[in-house]
Design a protein around this ligand. Structure first.
Ligand code: AMP
Ligand code: MG
Length: 349
């Protein structure tokens, strides 16, 4: 397949290209587009064949449901049974990096939801994503635009590596601002019928922020822990190995000085690459490090993570080392991605 590349930084200056991309979506084709989280691999969310094409292009198992993207928070009611809690979340966080799972309406095909009777809905804040959804005249079903199992793409060049020749078009809108996928919550009801939230995937909308809108926000155990053998995940995506570079990633847990001494020793004796803090750059062997930001700057580390994993993969490293992030605030989102990328391998120093 011939993949067209559209360079779109400012939607207003690229109306014709966005119209063209919207037409591709309407006709059942696939368009990769930038969002504030990561790049998405989009197709018409009401077209069962488009969903099948998305799974094929990504090599994604078709029981792992897709998120549908809308241009206005109110549009969720066209595809899902919305509730007052949804609108409270929308008021606080949309457009933005929050996905909400609700019971689905019939116009969303089973192929989009992996056969589930619920649907995941998100309203991205990226102006190019918003303009594309409007131009397409439908909702856009989109997983992250990486090959299944690989780190999510945060720059168009990552998408080109993974999906060139497999999609109709790629919209290059530059680097993604957040760099980790959206927070996912499911609206549930307790025994008294009171609504509460179940956090299925942490992201830039943190647990603390959600608690300001909804007094009860449970964290699904699989967010931070390993699923037991044969355990049925609450979200199908939880069971798949994710975000993984080709060389094994090992996370280091210990005092800064001890971890640094360990890394210095390892650099002398093994072929390793280190995802290090900026503060460590001068203390480690150059050429074998990938700085990911200052230790205290979790937003920068989140923004760098997936690109850094791809960069680490491009080295001849046999092992990749990184620091185990804290589990608070945005740290929980980093922890969730890194623990999966590392297949839960943590070394206590
Ligand atoms: P991605 O599209 O790569 O950002 O991944 C989307 C994530 O949302 C996957 O982990 C899915 O399992 C999860 N997801 C999407 N729809 C649902 C749903 N209806 N119920 C539970 N999880 C969902
Ligand atoms: Mg993904």
């Amino acid at each position: 397949m011939n993949t067209q590349i559209f360079l779109v930084c400012e939607p207003a200056a690229a109306q014709k290209q966005l119209e063209e991309a919207g037409k591709i979506i309407r006709a059942g084709g696939l368009v990769v587009f930038p969002t504030e989280t990561v790049y998405g691999l989009g197709g018409d969310g009401t077209n069962r064949d488009a969903a099948a094409k998305i799974y094929a292009a990504k090599g994604r198992p078709s029981d792992n449901p897709l998120i549908i993207h809308i241009a206005d928070p109110e549009d969720a009611s066209r595809y899902a049974y919305t509730t007052p809690l949804y609108f409270a979340l929308a008021k606080a966080f949309m457009p933005g990096p929050l996905t909400v799972i609700m019971p689905k309406r019939d116009n969303v095909p089973d192929s989009v939801t992996g056969g589930l009777d619920s649907v995941a809905v998100r309203c991205p804040s990226h102006p190019v994503a918003n303009a594309l959804i409007r131009a397409s005249g439908t909702c856009i079903a989109a997983p992250s635009a990486n090959l299944s199992g690989k780190p999510s793409p945060t720059e168009a060049s990552h998408v080109v590596q993974d999906l060139m020749g497999k999609v109709d078009a790629i919209i290059d809108g530059g680097a993604c601002e957040i760099g980790l996928e959206s927070t996912i919550v499911k609206i549930q009801a307790d025994e008294q019928g009171q609504p509460y939230l179940l956090l299925l995937r942490p992201g830039a909308v943190t647990h603390d922020a959600l608690c300001c809108v909804c007094p009860r926000v449970d964290i699904a155990p699989a967010v931070a822990e390993k699923l037991a053998e044969n355990e049925r995940p609450l979200s199908p995506g939880m069971k798949y190995r994710h975000y993984a570079p080709s060389a094994p990633l090992i996370l280091l847990d210990g005092d800064d000085a001890d971890v640094l001494a360990f890394l210095q020793r390892e650099q002398r004796t093994t072929r390793c690459t280190v995802l290090c803090y900026d503060e460590e750059v001068d203390h480690l062997a150059q050429g074998k490090i990938i700085p990911v930001g200052s230790k205290s700057d979790l937003a920068r580390q989140a923004n760098r993570l997936f690109a850094a994993l791809r960069e680490a993969d491009a080295t001849d490293a046999q092992i990749i080392y990184a620091h185990l992030p804290p589990m608070q605030g945005l740290g929980l989102a980093l922890y969730n991605r890194m623990i999966r990328a590392a297949a839960h391998t943590v070394l206590k120093i």
